[in-house]
Write a protein that binds this ligand. Sequence first.
Ligand code: DX5
Ligand code: ZN
Length: 215
Amino acid sequence: MPIIAPSLLASDFANLQRDIEMVNASEADWFHIDVMDGVFVPNISFGMPVIQAIKKHAKKTMDVHLMIVQPERYIETFAKIGADIITVHHEACTHLHRTLAQIKEAGCKAGVVLNPATPVSVLEDVLVDCDMVLLMSVNPGYGGQKFIYKTIHKVKKLKAMIKEQGLDTMIEIDGGVNLETGQLLVDAGADALVAGSFVFGNEDPLATIAKLKKL
Ligand code: DX5
Ligand code: ZN
């Protein structure tokens, strides 16, 4: 069964506590938290005060996806305010190996994110240091975008790389996940699925999460 990580980016910010309680009561495993800085991606989402507010109510793993430049400047802060998993973009890290070590030192699981245009081959020498790899199946910055099908091929390639190196690195996918794309991803070897608009845009988010969980 895949890990399901609803993205709060698609929640109703005016009813954030209500939406968090829904996820708490659901079959979802993680909270996916999208931090955007308006520089690395062309959009700004939310930062520390909002994450602290989320943490007060969230009873599941906090999966924090940093879409920011120089993420190394903020790792300790995100760990302190409640992140369990921190993922940083390959495209945003000059010293990726060092940043992954910094995340682990801060007590969190460390993950690398790849944009749709970045090949999985860039991970060859750093895969051993990753607890997770997050493959973007849309260009980061916005929820509700169309799934890029090329991602299925990347999942298969990454899965083979992980196997070849004898690792148990998790594969998470983010962007355009629904029941159809989710099934293809699970079949290809994905371990965790992020879903934003598909969950929160549905009139029955609990049932939607349950369906994703059954993929
Ligand atoms: C996009 C974010 C995603 C987003 C996914 O930059 O990283 O987590 O919330 O939204 P959907 O599931 O609507 O594509
Ligand atoms: Zn995300």
